[in-house]
Design a protein around this ligand. Structure first.
Ligand code: TUI
Length: 318
């Protein structure tokens, strides 16, 4: 069910990827998603290469299914990590927060499938020319570091602009979002926030509960004034940060304030002073489930929606 060029390219059962979320996407979560038939991804974040090598090795002990590593291109260790994923024979790399063009030739030489996350049509065209195997189109609904355009408007525009298969991300958390993404021209989805609220995510319970508690308008954007907009849940820290931005605080002062805040939320569960990166779909998430249950309910619900919509073709009312 739901075979596409993405499930074929990645050799996975369902075209569902787990976002490469710094501190959250560890080997435990990635292995659980891969074992459930999706593509689990270890996030390198800003961690040094040798730690990521260990994560890759631990993941391989938990699954023999395909998996990926996300390389955050603003990391000082990005180049080291490119070398390590080649050495460790990682099947798939996703990239974020920059243009991965200069790393693509080396990754391709080592048979690594390269899937950049891009927030615009122009960058999608550029990475296709550089040899990307597929692209993740991330709308501004996503958590963490974001672009400006919505998934709804961006996915069909990119689908018309490139030939490589597309994965939609940002604002997707259930079977409805999955099927909508396919309707827009994507051949797979990536979800981050939904997998934070999984049993297997090695994330402090306070962080998971903050997402469960969040309502539709609770995921706001900080850092618009710094050129690095980041979507996080409303809390003491994000409110103070926005107040400082509104007062015209220096960009470097603001950048310093962010250091260590994501780890503080994910590891220590400090939901007041930490950075609770999460997407707009937080308001939809009501339960912590296993990755297996999350993926199974998405494909079952999407399949039921196809049946529910089919009378429309015959001219009948829904
Ligand atoms: O990368 C993400 N989301 C992230 S990375 C991250 S780590 C971090 N931690 C603390 C502070 C700042 C970052 C948290 N969330 N998503 C993928 C993504 N990539 N979204 C947007 C982009 C992007 C932006 C610009 C991709 C390419 C790009 O290219 C600009 C250029 O160089 O042409």
């Amino acid at each position: 069910m739901f075979n596409t060029r993405i499930s074929e390219l990645l050799n996975i059962k369902y075209p569902i990827l787990q976002g490469g979320m710094a501190w959250v996407a560890t080997h435990q979560l990635a292995a659980a998603v891969s074992n459930a038939g999706g593509l689990g991804i270890i996030a390198a974040g800003s961690l040094p290469g040798e730690i990521i090598r260990e994560e890759i090795r631990k993941l391989k002990e938990l699954t023999d299914k395909p998996f990926g590593v996300n390389i955050m291109l603003m990391s000082p260790y990005a180049e080291d990590i490119v070398g390590i994923v080649c050495e460790e024979r990682v099947p798939v790399v996703t990239t974020g927060a920059g243009n991965p063009g200069k790393y693509i030739p080396k990754l391709k030489e080592h048979d690594v499938k390269v899937i950049p996350v891009v927030p615009t049509v122009s960058l999608a065209r550029r990475v296709e020319k550089f040899g990307a195997d597929a692209i993740i189109i991330e709308g501004t609904e996503a958590g963490g570091h974001i672009g400006e355009l919505t998934t709804m408007s961006l996915v069909p525009q990119v689908a018309d602009a490139v030939d490589i298969p597309i994965i939609a991300a940002g604002g997707i958390g259930d079977g409805r979002g999955f099927l909508a993404a396919l309707a827009l021209g994507a051949e797979g989805i990536q979800m981050g926030t939904r997998f934070v609220c999984s049993k297997e995510a090695d994330v402090h319970i306070n962080y998971k509960e903050a997402i469960l508690k969040a309502k539709d308008r609770d995921a706001l954007v900080t850092g618009r004034s710094t050129g690095h907009p980041i979507r996080v849940l409303k809390n003491k820290f994000s409110k103070e940060f926005i107040e400082l931005e509104n007062k015209g605080t220096d960009v470097y002062e603001l950048a310093k304030l962010n250091v260590g805040r994501l780890k503080l939320a994910v590891r220590s569960g400090d939901v007041d002073n930490g950075s609770l990166m999460a997407g707009q779909i937080s308001g939809l998430i009501e339960e912590i489930d296993t990755c297996e249950d999350i993926i199974q309910s998405i494909v079952t619900d999407a399949s039921n929606i196809i049946d529910r919509l089919s009378p429309l073709k015959g001219g009948d009312k829904l």
